[in-house]
Design a protein around this ligand. Structure first.
Ligand code: HEM
Length: 390
């Protein structure tokens, strides 16, 4: 019988046949040895995201950081309403559509700078390491208020957070260290901004009030950690997956170059989005597909499977940048809908627009030299060697 193990190498490189089996044959899957149940149909995943009373985020949302103290690393991502609502509201002013639109010149300037450097070598470079992973870290550092001189350090720690030694289940020591270093850095930054406020997210949080009381550093640092980390690997992988998807399909690639970048981003989010799953804690005994799952169980919501559910998307395995992807859930739905979705879309669009403006559509990827990230939560490449014609 097939088996679903999100830590399995082969599964990570090609999860789609397993997702199809789950959706059609085991819409409620129980991995007894790994300690989770999994829901894979679009209707189930969509409903679960919206029902935060039954599907709690209080133990975290990833497979590795699971436990009642998850909010210490990831703040309101690992909280339920009403606590979640209050904390998220304090940050959301920094991510309104207007604020995101205002970021476009900054994003473009950073994208151009990193692409210039990547192309300086003559046209062969690593699309992820030399470009797609560099832009998001710089953008969010700018928004948080990290001074330019400190950004190389932030970049190094952020890169270390992405280096998951092959085969390691759980959180590797290198990640823990990078997490600690980032927490220490943000705590210093908050102290600095208390002394001298600036027009940035760190200062805005210092002056925000939750329920009439000012936030403490214990509240603020996890928020900065969440913001500083959530959009880096995900957005880099989105651009890499888009680059890979269009490379496989010359017709779609021509369409992307022919003014179709926004559709290219949206279809990649559906067809091969970076976010593959969210974990939740079930708060009451509940029947799914005729089976009772007990309260206290860990339930995985398989976003990647839901986005290829044929009940919602016609011919779901076909990559088609012209299709309507409105029902896809790559950023979740409901109260935890990705706060950075607009920013991620902007960053991906700008990075791909700059590529289409500068290089010819007939690029090559050296797939044998490419390496997928070993990561059960985020799907995509750690390196994607590419050669472009200028
Ligand atoms: C939450 C996906 C980029 C910030 C989420 C969630 C998903 C997601 C699925 C919900 C997680 C859950 O509740 O289980 C993505 C993808 C991205 C991306 C696929 C890129 C393609 C970003 C960016 C930021 C960001 C650029 C900016 C800082 C956040 C935050 C949350 C979140 C703060 C927590 C929201 C809450 O709990 O209310 N993201 N994200 N994300 N994301 Fe993103």
């Amino acid at each position: 019988m097939p088996r679903y193990d999100p830590f399995d190498h082969d599964l990570q490189s090609d999860p789609w046949p397993t997702y199809e089996w789950l959706r059609e044959e085991r819409p409620l899957y129980h991995a007894e040895d790994l300690g989770f149940h999994a829901l894979s149909r679009h209707a189930d995943v969509d409903a679960a995201y919206r029902d935060t009373a039954l599907f709690s985020s209080s133990h975290g949302v990833t497979l590795e950081q699971w436990g009642p103290d998850a909010h210490r690393f990831s703040s309101f991502l690992a909280m339920d309403p009403p606590r979640h609502t209050g904390m998220r509201a304090l940050v959301s002013a920094g991510f309104t559509p207007r604020r995101v639109r205002e970021m476009e010149p900054v994003v473009r300037r950073l994208a151009v700078r990193h692409l210039d450097a990547a192309l300086a070598g003559g046209g062969t470079f690593d699309l992820i390491g030399d470009y797609a992973a560099k832009v998001p870290v710089d953008v969010i550092s700018t928004m948080i208020g990290v001074p330019a001189a400190d950004r190389p350090r932030i970049r190094t720690w952020s890169e270390r957070l992405l280096e998951r030694p092959d085969g390691v289940r759980g959180v590797p020591g290198s990640m823990r260290e990078a997490n600690r270093a980032l927490a220490g850095y943000y705590a210093d930054l908050v102290r600095e901004r208390r002394r001298e406020p600036a027009d940035d997210l760190a200062s805005a949080l210092i002056h925000a009030e939750a329920g009439g009381a000012a936030l403490t550093d214990r509240d603020i640092v996890p928020v900065l950690m969440l913001l500083g980390v959530a959009g880096n690997e995900t957005t880099a992988k989105l651009v890499g997956n888009a680059w890979h998807a269009a490379w496989r399909d010359p017709g779609q690639r021509e369409a992307a170059w022919d003014g179709g970048v926004a559709g290219w981003v949206e279809e990649t989010l559906r067809w091969d989005g970076p976010g593959q799953m969210s974990a939740r804690l079930l708060t009451a005994d509940t029947v799914f597909h005729g089976v009772t799952v007990p309260a206290g169980s860990r339930v995985l919501l398989l976003v990647g499977a839901a986005n290829r559910d044929p009940r919602v998307f016609a011919d779901p395995g076909r990559f088609d940048i012209g299709r309507d992807t409105g029902d896809a859930v790559p950023f979740a739905v409901g109260p935890h809908f990705c706060l950075g979705a607009g920013l991620a879309r902007l960053e991906a669009r700008v990075m791909l627009e700059e590529l289409t403006a500068r290089v010819r559509p007939g690029y090559e990827i050296d797939l044998r030299a490419a390496r997928r990230a070993y990561n059960p939560n985020v799907h995509g490449f750690a390196t994607l060697p590419t050669t472009v014609g200028l």
